[in-house]
Design a protein around this ligand. Sequence first.
Ligand code: URA
Length: 289
Amino acid sequence: MQVRLQKVIAASGLASRRQAETMIRSGQVTVNGEVICTMGVSIDPSRDHVKVDGRHIKSTEPDVFLMLNKPPGCVTSMRDPLGRSTIADLLKGIRARVFPVGRLDYDSEGLLLLTNNGDVAQACLHPRFKIPKSYLVKVAGVLNNQEIARLEQGMVLNDGPTAPARVKKSGKAKVNSWVEMTIHEGRQHQVKRMLEAVGHQVLRLRRVRFGPLSLGDIPIGAHRYLTDKEANALRALLCDSSRQLSTEETQMRTVGHVPPTRSRKPNPRKEGQQRGTASLTPSRRTLKQ
Ligand code: URA
C-alpha cells in the first residue's frame, strides 16, 4: 500500500503530520538513501526504508478503521468458498489490508468494524474487556417480563453460562415485536440462541452499537472511515488493558450515545441467583422481514 511520507513519519510516533512536513522540507528525511524534500511523495511502508536525521524509523502502516453496515445475505469474510457475496464485494476501492473485527452471521446485518490494527482488534474481541454489543432484534411474538428476566439473569447455553444481557422492548408489530438486546460476549449465534431459549425465533437481527461505536445512518451496504474521536476511543481500550473495563465505563465512552438511565440487574453469577436453561442449538431458519 502506498502511503504519504509525512503520514508514515507521523504514524511512527516521531512527530505530528505538520512537523513531519517541516522535516521533509528541511531535508532531514531520506527514503532508501535518497533525500526527499518535496511534498507529495508516497512510499510502501512494508518495503521502503525511511530515515529521519539519519535514524531509521519503524514505518508501520497508518491505522485504518472502517465501519460497514453489513447487509443480510453476505458473509463476514473476504472470500467465500461457496461463492456467496462477501464483505469484500462491498469494500472494493479500500486498498488497506483491513479485516473484520468479529463476525455477524450471514443473515445478520448492521455494524461491522474493520481495521488493520491487530492490537485494537484483539482488545475488542477479548472477553476480559466485556465490550458491549447492542442488537435490534425482531422476534416472533412478544417477550414477557419473565422471559426478559431470564435473559437478564444470564442463562446456560450448550457452550456454558452466558453473562447477563440487557433487554429493552423496542416496538411492536401485529404479531411480532422488536427488542434491543445488549451482550458483552461474542459467542457464535449468541443472541439467536438466547432468544430461542426463551421461546422466540429471531426474524431479523441488526447490530447497532459496538463498544464506543454507533451505526448511525450509514446506508445498508455502505461504509465510512471512523472519525479521529471514534478511532481514539478504540485505541483507549488498549490503554485500559491493565485493568478490566466495567460495562458501564465502556458505555460512558460511547461516541454520540447516551447510555440508558435504567439501573443494572445484579450479576447472578456473583449472587447465586437462579439461571435459566436453554435449548442446545439454534434451529435452521429463514429470516423474514
Ligand atoms: N448474535 C447472533 O446470534 N448473530 C449475530 O450475527 C450476532 C450476534
